[in-house]
Ligand binder design. Structure first.
Ligand code: GLU
Length: 402
């Protein structure tokens, strides 16, 4: 009898986490590696947020928290959703999780029965399909190639819906492409969901990159563009990216009170609550000064422009300019079939990123992990100097192919 559970056969280790770990391991062993794998800002957590955590520890806010999240944080989240998104949620409609990943995990665990379908536009963040599969759901992947801006059309959504559809998972702006749905594009998708025959479909909207937008892009979210969907939308967000708090693990969900109650129950049986003093720091982040976000975005935009330019100067690589997040998702289609100096044929995007890591010490994530090949993802949330050097190495790697 096998010791490990069969359910584990449905998933694999997170490729983004694995690439980051591999790059760190190589660096620790003394190799000259530039890690462009992790979606993790290189900026430190702002001082006023850290101070709130120190203060919370000093004043003994170190005990178990309530599973939904401490009331003061849930109230701060309601204020945020009203201020930034015009959404009216009450604290009973908020669940605080240990990272965005746990809120997705809990939402799918709370709702999927075996065979329930989850529509996931590709390219997608690597964990969506695996979490859905782990919960015995069926990921229904909808191909959204570069030619259509990596975005799903209303017709594609309508075609993907079946009587078994439970969720649509939308990530806006997107990890890994940085593409963003405009308000009218979101409304067109919402119109499909408002059709009477689709009233069984719910939407999980992952807004983690809400504040990381460039070129005047205006962020909108599903519950805002179509209030008629309010009860069927689960609005997901977190503090990892915009607030440079990846390791603090703060995610939250806002939605239908019954679903939130179920997610709270899962917290009560797993983590109990997010670390209490971290929750006090989250309040300081949400209610505090946000001016650092614009400062960071100015730097991210410069880096984005440099990376896109240098990649498009590289023979065999084609890179769109994204409007958000801190990723680019170039195509390496024209490199497939070429040979490395060692005589290895590049057959897949996995082969290409392996070549970049082994020959040039540049760590990126292969497109296959995000469900759309042949591409690769670069995170430009790293220092400008390191990025420039990494792009030079990618150029050299491509030029060396025969
Ligand atoms: N979300 C980030 C990424 O895509 C962090 C790693 C992960 O959890 O996937 O790189």
């Amino acid at each position: 009898m096998a010791f490990l559970a069969d359910r584990l056969k449905r998933i694999k280790p997170s490729p983004t986490v694995a690439v980051t770990a591999k790059a760190n391991e190589l660096k620790a062993a003394g190799h000259d590696v530039i890690g462009l794998g992790a979606g993790e800002p290189d900026f430190d957590t702002p001082e006023h947020i850290k101070q709130a955590a120190y203060d919370a520890i000093a004043s003994g806010k170190t005990k178990y928290g309530p599973p939904p999240g401490i009331p003061a944080l849930r109230e701060a989240i309601c204020r945020k959703l009203k201020r930034d998104n015009g959404l009216d949620y009450s604290p009973a409609q908020i669940n605080v999780g240990t990272g965005g990943k746990q809120t997705i995990f809990n939402a799918l665990m709370a709702t999927l029965n075996p065979g329930d379908e989850v529509i996931i536009p590709a390219p997608f963040w690597v964990s969506y399909t695996d979490i859905a599969a782990l919960m015995e759901g069926e990921p229904v992947v909808v191909n959204c190639p570069a030619e259509t801006g990596f975005k799903m059309s209303p017709a594609q959504l309508a075609d993907a819906i079946t009587p078994r559809t439970k969720w649509l998972m939308l990530n806006n702006p997107s990890n890994p492409t940085g593409a963003g749905y405009t308000k009218s594009e979101l409304k067109a998708l919402a119109d499909v969901l408002m059709a009477p025959e689709n009233s069984h479909v719910h939407v999980m909207t992952d807004d983690m990159y809400e504040f990381l937008v460039y070129d005047g892009f205006e962020f909108s979210t599903m519950a805002q563009v179509e209030p008629g969907l309010m009860d069927r939308v689960l609005t997901l967000n977190g503090l990892s990216k915009a607030y440079c708090m990846t390791g603090w693990r703060i995610g939250y969900a806002a939605g239908n009170a019954d679903l939130i109650k179920a997610m709270n129950m899962l917290n009560s049986q797993s983590t109990t609550s997010l670390t209490t003093f971290v929750q006090w720091a989250a309040i300081a982040a949400l209610d505090g000064d946000h001016s650092f976000i614009a400062e960071h975005n100015a730097v991210f935009k410069e880096r984005r422009d440099m990376v896109v330019r240098m990649l498009n100067e590289t023979p065999g690589i084609d890179c769109q300019t994204p409007i958000g997040a801190f990723y680019v998702y170039p195509s390496c289609k024209d490199l497939i079939g070429r040979k490395t100096p060692d005589g290895k044929v590049i057959e897949t995007d996995q082969d290409f990123v392996t070549y970049l890591l082994e020959d040039k010490g540049v760590a990126c994530v292969h497109g296959e992990a995000f469900g759309l090949s042949p591409h690769f993802r670069i995170s430009y949330a790293t220092s400008t100097e390191a990025l420039e050097e990494a792009c030079r190495r990618i150029q050299a790697a491509c030029q060396a192919l025969s």
